[in-house]
Design a protein around this ligand. Structure first.
Ligand SMILES: CC(C)(COP(=O)(O)OP(=O)(O)OC[C@H]1O[C@@H](n2cnc3c(N)ncnc32)[C@H](O)[C@@H]1OP(=O)(O)O)[C@@H](O)C(=O)NCCC(=O)NCCS
Length: 185
């Protein structure tokens, strides 16, 4: 699914752009994948696991996302720089295709500026545009209070916990929480 340009104002007064990914975003996205993994423990990958991301694989991934009728990716650009992205993916199997899974991550310099809030507004609008989707879903790691706040204010609620779903480099375990948001049409 292709989402056309959506401009909005950040809390610091700068302009930001949301749109579907383009080939020109690939170098910035590869930098973002490593940097975001260095900046927060709340995403799944460690920086050294980013070797699997290549220009060609990102190109194919962007093309696949943009062509899909049920999936979309939104890049956020500020002053022309890729600062993060979010994603929505409807599950493919017949018994699960009423569910849309969403995910989001931004570079640290761009946290708390309202990007996540605006991205979730758009993700919800995309899910609402697909009549088969009855619920949106996501997971977050124990301790990620900023993400939890964003999700709760976007209408998600915790429905489950996966004990010790993650183990950090220092050996510490972290639970994972599952949230859903029922569609209101
Ligand atoms: C989590 C994340 C996507 C949120 O996006 P964002 O653009 O920073 O979010 P917003 O600025 O739109 O909103 C953040 C909200 O959390 C609040 N907040 C900030 N720090 C907080 C904290 N420590 N505890 C609770 N709430 C907090 C803000 O006040 C704001 O709420 P408000 O709009 O009511 O004032 C972003 O910070 C991020 O990419 N973090 C690292 C990667 C990550 O954790 N991804 C999610 C994995 S599940």
């Amino acid at each position: 699914m292709v989402v056309q340009d959506i401009w909005f104002d950040l809390k610091d007064g700068r302009k930001a752009l949301l749109r579907s990914p383009r080939e020109e975003d690939i170098p910035g996205t590869l930098d973002y994948l490593v940097k975001s993994a260095e900046e927060t423990e709340f995403i799944l990958r460690y920086p050294e696991e980013c070797g699997k991301y290549t220009y060609e694989k990102e190109k194919a991934f962007f093309e696949w996302k943009n062509a899909s009728p049920t999936d979309a990716m939104l890049m956020c650009l500020v002053d022309g720089k890729v600062v993060g992205n979010c994603d929505i993916a409807a599950l493919p199997n017949m018994k699960a295709r009423h569910r849309a899974v969403v995910a989001i991550a931004l570079l640290k310099d761009y946290w708390n500026l309202g990007i996540g809030t605006r991205m979730f507004r758009e993700l919800i609008a995309i899910a609402e545009s697909m009549p088969q989707i009855t619920q949106m879903e996501l997971e977050f790691m124990e301790g990620n209070d900023r993400a939890r706040r964003l999700y709760e204010k976007s209408g998600f609620r915790i429905v489950g916990v996966h004990p010790n779903a993650f183990r950090l480099r220092d050996g510490a375990f972290r639970n994972e929480y599952l949230m859903i948001r029922e569609m209101r049409r």
